[in-house]
Design a protein around this ligand. Sequence first.
Ligand SMILES: Cc1cc2nc3c(=O)[nH]c(=O)nc-3n(C[C@H](O)[C@H](O)[C@H](O)COP(=O)(O)OP(=O)(O)OC[C@H]3O[C@@H](n4cnc5c(N)ncnc54)[C@H](O)[C@@H]3O)c2cc1C
Length: 304
Amino acid sequence: MSQVKDVIIIGAGPAGIQAAIHAVRKKCDVLLLGRIERSALYSAHVENYACVEGVKSGEELLQTGIDQVKRFGAAVMDDDVLKIHVLDEGYSLELESGISISTRSIIFATGTARKKLKVPGEKRLFGRGVSYCVDCDANFYRNATVAVVGNASAAIDGALTLTGYASKVYLINQKLVASQELLDKLKGSDVESFDGTWVTEIQGDDDVKSLLLENGEQIALDGVFIELGAKGAMELALEIGVQLDMDTMSHIDTNKKTETNVAGVYAAGDITGHPYQMAKAVGEGCVAGMEAANFARKQKRQES
Ligand SMILES: Cc1cc2nc3c(=O)[nH]c(=O)nc-3n(C[C@H](O)[C@H](O)[C@H](O)COP(=O)(O)OP(=O)(O)OC[C@H]3O[C@@H](n4cnc5c(N)ncnc54)[C@H](O)[C@@H]3O)c2cc1C
């Protein structure tokens, strides 16, 4: 493999940052992917983290962490992962910016799964037309009319995927923020966009029947996919056969070494389940960083 990274960490929250620090200090070639402003910690104010006195802003903590990661020699990119492919040796990640990068090991540090729209009807109709996972549920909407709600790469990618299943796909967005490549793909597709508006209600008695938009329009449909933020870890994990926690189906199953069921793939932080706390994220990040680095170094020795 050419230009292959040892460890790629998906997620620039406390788990990913700590993982990057520990992996790079084991003399590995490390890339940290993600945006601090999308970390759950970003707008938080933390006062229960050991050895840090007073109330600290999440933004400040994260920025300090990113500076440390860079200082220790890891690469950092504000980019979202759209797809992961399994190679003979390692993995290849497709990024929102259009770049593909190969790696010997991956750490999922992508935070909690699903962001909610928080509109009437969403909770009640979950599983009855409301979905948070295009890759899990697209097949149920063959020849149906569906909408995707979201402003970033996950929503666009989801809408494009759904054109392979549904007969009509709408994309409801306030303002799309994504790479030009993805925006161009959207432009050339059959997706119909409702720009500069948002959903105020998901309607239906037993199943989803329509969406109400803030501009007053009502759209009749069979399903709505809520895709806020980056592509969800669940979809990415499922793509490469990573097992989810059987109880919740919304967390990645790991052992004490943060290993998943897939060789060379680790997970840390909120994505592995409760408690959703910075201390747990950092602890698991530390373990994952060291374990992934050990794995990559062993792989490298076998390759040479
Ligand atoms: C309002 C609020 C207050 C809180 N207060 C506290 C507190 O006082 N104390 C405490 O301990 N905890 C607190 N928490 C919880 C804490 O913020 C989380 O437990 C912690 O941020 C989890 O870290 P993480 O690294 O697992 O995930 P996150 O911090 O959520 O980071 C996830 C990262 O993954 C990235 N990502 C996701 N998908 C992709 C993708 N496809 N490609 C690339 N990157 C991706 C995101 O961009 C982000 O950078 C609070 C949370 C909130 C929301």
